[in-house]
Design a protein. Structure first.
Length: 136
């Protein structure tokens, strides 16, 4: 795969995560022209506690009880949020002001060695299957 400038940024941020993030292990990854696959193992010794719910006064005099859901340190969501944010900032810094991600991400729990081998194989074969990709 010959990366574009954006692909280089996305790849460099994964390499940075591999080097510096101690609470994850990135087993496999591939940067594609329009998406990224990352096989991540969470290695958390602890995850932060979920904060208590808040009481929000409403204009009609009632109270709404609820909680804003901040990202938990060490969670997959926190890792993805940080990765996407760093890539976005770097892309915009080099002039790609319209760069953006889809709003969410797709995740899947790998439960055993067979599933791991299937996911790792899919990631590693993704480049050779690019010509067959419907969104190519």
């Amino acid at each position: 795969m010959c990366y574009s400038v954006l692909g280089e940024i996305a790849s460099n941020e994964i390499i940075t995560a591999i080097e510096f993030k101690k609470d994850i292990i990135i087993h496999e990854h591939v940067i594609m022209p329009n998406h990224v696959h990352i096989l991540v193992e969470l290695r958390n010794e602890s995850i932060t506690n979920i904060p208590e719910g808040a009481i929000l006064p409403m204009a009609d005099g009632s109270d709404r009880r609820g909680r804003l859901s901040p990202l938990q340190k060490g969670s997959l969501g926190a890792f993805i949020n940080r990765y996407k944010g760093r890539v976005t900032r770097r892309c915009r810094d080099v002039g790609f002001v319209d760069f953006g991600w889809q709003p969410k991400y797709h995740d899947r729990v790998v439960r055993n060695r067979k599933e791991y081998d299937l996911m790792a194989g899919y990631i590693n074969e993704n480049i050779s299957n690019w010509d067959n990709d419907q969104t190519n």
